[in-house]
Design a protein around this ligand. Structure first.
Ligand SMILES: [Zn+2]
Length: 340
């Protein structure tokens, strides 16, 4: 199951986090992330899940076997709290609802994107429009081609039963605090157990990679402003163990937030100087100037999907600098950035 070099955290099983809380890694399909952690929390006679996983048969089989090893069946899942509406977190939750009636809860900020996708229109149309604006028409075309292909999980893009806002939810004896943490997506949520110093961070705070910013069906104008704001709010809470959706669960929240903030500070600096060097340029032109991934690869070496993420990310950094008054953006169909 575990691919070579994937890291031990993807190994299937039920790994104890605290009494009555388990980490259940599930496989993904053709994805650089290699796996997704779903967490099971005892909830009366059953278990509540945090995140659902990707609706593929192999993920369901691993989920069933892992639950079995701690004495539960998929039918015992009482509800699924999904941290955000990406395919690798949301779609298996809807599949479980179809099979067992298990209610699905997701952050209310995902309403725009989920309503758009559930309408079964061209999934990436608005993202394609944003890529054209960013000066990357070939990537817009790449995303639109994806729309033409049959979506294998089309039936799992349905609206949830519950839209979660800031507040508290009771799970068994525990009270989980729901924090709205927009940035990775508009409606991302983090779930916090203060007394036990545990935080389920979804994709907002990941241990080994920096989360993509604002890659979603209905794009935000200022995803990086939201993302850094959200990190700042979470940083004000007492420190906790980091329970991420991707990667091992052995880090601490504060230390990783500090690294992520430092990463974006450096990235903003690189983006600002690239934009200044180019005098007047599109987001795609700036993205071509920057090194990508922790291996510092050239933009041209990335595959089209990762180029799309790179341009989206650069656009977010440029928009942040415009927000700070450090760059100016033109009002053209293809937006040009320049030092004012
Ligand atoms: Zn994810």
């Amino acid at each position: 199951m575990t691919r070579a070099g994937a890291g031990a955290w993807t190994e299937p099983g039920a790994f104890p986090i605290a009494p009555g809380i388990h980490r259940l890694p599930l496989p993904l399909r053709d994805d650089g992330l290699k796996g997704v952690n779903v967490y099971a929390i005892e909830d009366g006679d059953g278990v509540a899940l945090i995140d659902g996983g990707w609706a593929i048969p192999e993920a369901f089989d691993v989920l069933a076997a892992s639950l079995n090893s701690i004495g539960y069946r998929p039918a015992d899942i009482t509800r699924t709290f999904v941290t955000h509406a990406h395919i690798d977190h949301y779609t298996l939750a809807v599949w479980l609802r179809t099979e067992y009636g298990t209610p699905v809860a997701v952050g209310r900020g995902e309403r725009d994107s989920l309503t758009w996708i559930a309408g079964h229109g061209p999934r990436h149309r608005l993202q394609a429009a944003q890529l054209i604006e960013a000066g990357a028409p070939h990537l817009a075309e790449f995303m639109s081609r994806d729309d033409a292909a049959a979506d294998p999980v089309a039936e799992c893009w349905e609206l949830p039963d519950v839209w979660l806002g800031e507040g508290e939810v009771k799970v068994g004896q525990r009270t989980l605090r729901v924090l709205e943490t927009p940035g990775h997506t508009q409606g991302h949520i983090v779930l916090y157990l203060g007394e036990e110093e545990l935080m389920f961070t979804g994709d907002q705070i990941l241990p080994h990679i920096t989360p993509s910013i604002g890659f979603e069906a209905v794009p935000q104008q200022q995803p990086l402003v939201s993302f850094l704001d959200s990190l700042g709010r979470v940083r004000q809470l007492p420190d906790a163990r980091l329970l991420p959706a991707h990667g091992p669960a052995d880090g601490r929240v504060h230390a990783r937030i500090d690294e992520l903030v430092e990463h974006h500070r450096r990235r903003l600096e690189q983006t600002r100087s690239a934009a200044a060097r180019l005098t007047s340029s599109t987001a795609a032109e700036v993205a071509e100037q920057l090194p990508w991934t922790r291996h510092e690869r050239a933009f041209a070496e990335l595959d089209p999907f990762n180029q799309t993420l790179a341009v989206t990310e650069t656009r977010a950094h440029l928009a942040f600098l415009v927000h700070q008054g450090e760059l100016a953006a033109s009002a053209d169909d293809v937006v040009l950035y320049a030092v004012p």
